[in-house]
Design a binder for this molecule. Structure first.
Ligand SMILES: [Zn+2]
Length: 193
């Protein structure tokens, strides 16, 4: 065993474990003693600095979720949803592939539009708003895709009936959306065969 003094000089202190011995506050450089220390992530602060920082974070978080322009956020959500639904519709009709991941794209587009139009703010209310708009966009996209394939099937059968691409009738809307993936699968199967 080496004498203690030699050990102390030869071993370079590990920055992570050294903080435990003689730590100073990461903000005011005061030497921390006793229980006057709060560890936050990889840093140590004295109690008063930690309080100050926490207060600052709370203030900036508060500013982020206050004065939210919900009408504008709604406009952004709907624009994002419309773009996502149009993308999904176009993709599905062109490729005839029901690509479930596009549903994620709708959610992403709605979230992006919401945050952009709300002035880069976030809140629980905005989350609920964009989730609701994303769900509605998902149904509209499903309607558009289903209506397109139903109309195509009708045309191929020589049937003169067509489903309106603008979903104005709620009952028809619900029925076309409910046809859902059962019919989609059938149509895709028919195409493959
Ligand atoms: Zn401090």
């Amino acid at each position: 065993m080496l004498p203690k003094g030699i050990l102390m000089t030869e071993i370079t202190p590990d920055p992570t474990s050294a903080t435990a011995a003689t730590a100073t506050c990461a903000r005011c450089d005061r030497t921390l003693s006793g229980d006057d220390r709060v560890e936050a992530d990889d840093r140590v602060f004295c109690r008063s600095c930690h309080e100050t920082l926490r207060h600052q974070i709370e203030l900036s978080l508060g500013a982020m979720s206050s004065d939210i322009n919900y009408p504008m956020a709604f406009v952004g959500a709907v624009l994002g949803g419309a773009a996502g639904a149009a993308l999904w519709w176009g993709f599905t009709v062109l490729t005839k592939i029901s690509f479930g991941l596009i549903a994620v794209a709708i959610g992403y587009a709605v979230g992006w539009g919401t945050i952009r139009f709300a002035g880069d703010k976030r809140s629980r209310g905005l989350q609920v708003l964009s989730a609701a708009v994303a769900l509605a966009s998902y149904f509209v996209a499903t309607y558009l895709v289903n209506a397109t394939f139903i109309n195509k099937a009708l045309a191929e059968r020589g049937d003169g009936q067509r489903i309106a691409m603008l979903p104005t009738d709620p009952a028809l809307f619900a029925r076309v959306v409910a046809v859902g993936f059962g019919l989609m699968d059938f149509v895709f199967l028919a195409i493959v065969l």
